[in-house]
Design a protein around this ligand. Structure first.
Ligand code: PNS
Length: 171
């Protein structure tokens, strides 16, 4: 029996999975809103997604989320490998949270949500991205930064500092 149906005592536990390479204000906005709706939010950083090598190590990605989300006491950070559907069962998660920025997000997220529900019986709730961040992605932020653009308004301070450190190391 999961938390939500256990007399409501455990509360509703949500998971917000992602690569977070790195965390942006778009992610922060979704986490803050999810933390307002649900009793607990687990921000879960994926290990070895079928993507190219991340810029930030797993430990860096987790630390940057922890440092940036300290103001919320019902948010925790963890990592997972393998299927999200398996992880949500192990962690007794009640709901998966995803942010939706643009229509193209919806197309891919819809089939992922249905597959996750089919595998785990856990539903996905979509939070529409704040229009201020609807164009924002970790990849765009990295590209703009390394090409010399200003990104202060797109990422939390710990992320900005670590990006500067990385660029200094490369220089
Ligand atoms: O931030 P991202 O890269 O868009 O996040 C994608 C993520 C981590 C949520 C997605 O790749 C995922 O859930 N990966 C775990 C592997 C898995 O469960 N794959 C099957 C999805 S139906």
């Amino acid at each position: 029996m999961n938390g939500a149906s256990y007399g409501g005592k455990r509360g509703v536990h949500a998971i917000y999975p992602g690569s977070f390479d790195p965390l942006t204000f778009g992610h922060v906005d979704v986490i803050e809103r999810a933390a307002h709706i649900f009793d607990h939010v687990l921000v879960a950083v994926v290990v070895n997604p079928q993507k190219r090598e991340p810029l930030f190590s797993l430990d860096e990605r987790k630390r940057l989320i922890e440092e940036s989300m300290r103001h919320l006491d019902n948010v925790d950070v963890a990592d997972f490998r393998g299927l999200l559907a398996h992880y949500v069962k192990v962690k007794q998660i009640d709901v998966i949270v995803k942010g939706l920025r643009v229509v193209s997000d919806f197309e891919s997220e819809m089939s992922t949500a249905l597959m996750n529900r089919s595998l785990s019986n856990v539903d996905t709730v979509f939070l529409p991205s704040d229009p201020r961040y609807s164009f924002l992605s970790s990849s765009l932020v990295k590209e703009v930064f390394f090409l010399g653009g200003e990104i202060d308004q797109y990422v939390p301070l710990p992320v900005l500092r670590t990006l500067h450190e990385k660029r200094d190391l490369l220089a």
